[in-house]
Design a binder for this molecule. Structure first.
Ligand code: HEC
Ligand code: HEC
Ligand code: HEC
Ligand code: HEC
Ligand code: HEC
Ligand code: HEC
Length: 428
């Protein structure tokens, strides 16, 4: 069969599956429900407003189920291949981005038809890709240029093979296989974790593959999976977790963005409130929420010392940037997880008056607690909210040196936005 016919067939099959799902669940069930509700008072003794109310309840619950947060949906064939073979041809496209061409590959773990990188990268400039059936895929690497609307973590474009250079390597975590950082041979600020797992331990580099088994994880880890542990076994279950709560604060809901760790065994991870569009359209009212902890400024990093915070997560590999923050009440490394005071130059941070300013997704803050949160807060509360690693850095990559969220190195010559002054208003 010609490749184009093959693709057409797959699309037809996909559409057919969707159509049958539609008829089964939508037309049939709906007709049944509507007929039952409005059948002359035989089935129910509800009044007309009562029936309308019930109908409304059904409609809203149906709409709500389609807005499930962390669960992948749609035809299995979009993402899995049973034998990695169709008409004798391999189906796993490996690292090949959406819209790209590449060689077909050997079978993948969990029968996936692509690697993490393959599924999360694209040849066009879009950072959200929609699959047949409506499932949205967050894109973290656009192969043809840094995208106009990067997602919250930024984008890996500048550290990709062919683009990477000693200058560009500073703009991201180097996750591409075989493409190490020209300047760094381990995670700056690492407190010794770099020795466990051998020369390719996650703390040493993110580009090379660790050989299994390590830290009780049976699979090899490389790139993405050195940070997103995706469950205790490689890569199991997080994508399919059926969970409607936007607050991710446990293993059973996959943590925030599948960010778990191995400190003191499993069961540790990042707590956060997710934006469903991964901050594609971020504003003061639309954004993720991060947890912070202001307990100690000199303790070890990691989850057991700092709780389920983003700073704890980053310090798992960059521990000294927390441990050595302060000595004799003087800062010797910039604080992370420190409360932004409601005094001095900080009193007008985030354009605050009376201690309350406007949240700016270019310079996010962490909150001391997220318990019970269901929506993002559009305000920054001085004296309460905290500066943290992601106030200044992106997690994946950015157009700027040291993965900064703004052009720190080029300012003021660049004339661009300077995030430092959002807090340090006296230095504007
Ligand atoms: C076959 C395609 C596919 C593959 C392969 C894949 N993902 Fe995903 N991933 C998705 C889709 C689709 C979503 C969006 C899920 C949703 O709506 O929450 C997603 C979401 C995510 C998220 C964000 C979770 C959130 O809160 O929205 C992370 C992190 C992630 N994937 C990491 C990985 C890692 C690491 C791997 C490799 C082990 C991987 N993915 C492999 C399709 C894929
Ligand atoms: C250094 C650790 C690290 C590495 C390596 C890493 N991620 Fe992430 N990732 C994060 C963090 C932290 C976030 C949350 C970012 C935020 O909220 O701003 C995140 C967020 C995401 C998201 C949600 C979209 C977004 O931008 O918030 C996806 C999808 C994702 N990562 C996939 C991947 C894939 C695929 C790879 C490998 C190509 C990868 N990550 C490598 C740490 C990492
Ligand atoms: C949009 C992409 C996507 C679709 C659609 C999808 N999966 Fe998955 N699935 C994944 C990814 C990515 C993983 C591996 C990463 C993880 O486990 O989080 C996975 C893992 C799995 C696993 C192993 C982990 C576990 O939970 O036991 C099973 C089994 C599985 N999928 C079955 C299915 C079936 C059956 C369907 C169709 C009803 C389906 N998947 C549809 C992306 C998808
Ligand atoms: C699993 C270990 C690991 C985690 C977790 C991790 N990093 Fe890194 N980081 C590294 C390594 C290794 C390097 C050096 C090589 C590179 O850039 O890939 C690095 C480099 C950096 C750099 C310098 C970039 C450069 O190339 O000059 C910054 C900035 C950074 N990390 C920030 C963060 C932040 C912020 C977080 C939390 C979101 C984080 N890291 C989490 C391992 C990690
Ligand atoms: C106030 C803003 C800010 C905060 C908060 C911040 N950083 Fe940085 N970071 C920077 C800047 C700016 C640089 C560039 C080097 C410099 O000017 O010191 C940098 C550099 C780095 C580097 C590269 C160091 C090297 O040797 O190349 C790493 C790694 C890093 N930061 C990790 C972190 C981690 C982890 C956290 C949280 C514990 C964090 N940063 C919090 C602003 C910040
Ligand atoms: C989200 C708010 C925030 C941002 C953004 C921020 N800072 Fe800070 N910075 C703080 C806080 C909070 C302190 C600690 C203040 C205190 O407790 O007195 C601090 C402390 C400092 C100090 C030490 C001051 C002292 O008295 O010892 C310097 C220097 C500094 N920041 C520079 C920077 C630079 C440069 C940038 C941009 C790269 C930056 N900060 C970005 C919140 C921020």
């Amino acid at each position: 069969m010609k490749k184009s016919t093959q693709i057409k067939k797959v699309t037809q099959l996909t559409l057919f599956t969707q159509f049958t799902q539609f008829t089964q669940f939508t037309l049939f069930t709906w007709l049944k429900i509507i007929v039952q509700i409005f059948q002359l008072d035989k089935l129910s003794k509800l009044s007309k407003p009562g029936k309308l109310g019930f109908l409304f309840f059904i409609i809203s619950s149906l709409i709500f189920t389609t807005a499930l947060y962390a669960k992948v949906t749609g035809p299995c064939v979009n993402c899995h291949t049973m034998h990695n073979s169709q008409n004798g041809q391999a189906m796993n496209r490996g690292d090949t981005p959406w819209g790209g061409s590449g060689t077909l590959n050997t079978p993948n773990e969990t029968l996936l038809n692509a690697t993490c990188l393959g599924c999360h990268s694209s040849t066009d400039g879009e950072t959200i890709k929609t699959l047949p059936g409506g499932q949205k895929v967050p894109i973290v690497f656009n192969t043809t240029g840094y995208p106009a609307n990067p997602l919250s973590g930024g984008n890996f474009y500048w550290v990709s093979t062919g683009v990477a250079s000693s200058e560009n390597d500073t703009k991201g975590h180097n996750v591409f296989l075989g493409n190490g950082d020209d300047n760094l041979s381990s995670a700056p600020g690492d407190v010794g974790g770099g020795t466990c797992g051998g020369v390719n331990a996650c703390h040493k580099n993110l580009y090379a593959s660790t050989s299994p088994p390590s830290f009780g994880f049976p699979g090899a880890r490389q790139g993405c999976t050195k940070c997103h542990m995706v469950g205790t076994d490689f890569p199991k279950g997080y994508h399919h977790i059926n969970d409607t709560d936007p607050l991710k604060n446990s293993t059973s809901d996959g943590w925030f963005r599948f960010l778990s760790g191995h400190q003191s065994g499993s069961g540790h991870g990042v707590t956060g409130l997710i934006d469903v569009n991964w901050q594609h359209d971020a504003s003061s009212t639309v954004h993720n929420e991060y947890l912070g902890y202001s307990g100690t400024k000199t303790s070890a990093g990691g989850f057991s010392a700092l709780g389920n915070t983003m700073t704890a997560y980053c310090t798992g590999c960059h521990g000294n940037f927390h441990i050595e923050q302060s000595t004799s009440n003087a800062w010797i490394r910039h604080p992370s997880d420190a409360v932004i005071p409601n005094s001095g130059e900080f009193a007008s941070a985030y354009n605050a008056t009376g201690g309350t300013g406007t949240y700016d997704p270019r310079v996010p803050v962490a909150r001391p607690t997220l318990n019970g949160w269901t929506t993002p807060d559009a305000t920054v509360r001085l004296g309460t909210d905290l500066v943290m690693c992601l106030s200044c850095h992106r997690a994946h990559g950015s157009p700027y040196s040291k993965i900064m969220r703004w052009d720190y190195k080029g300012w003021p010559a660049s004339g661009e936005f300077n995030g430092c002054t959002v807090c340090h208003t006296g230095k504007n």
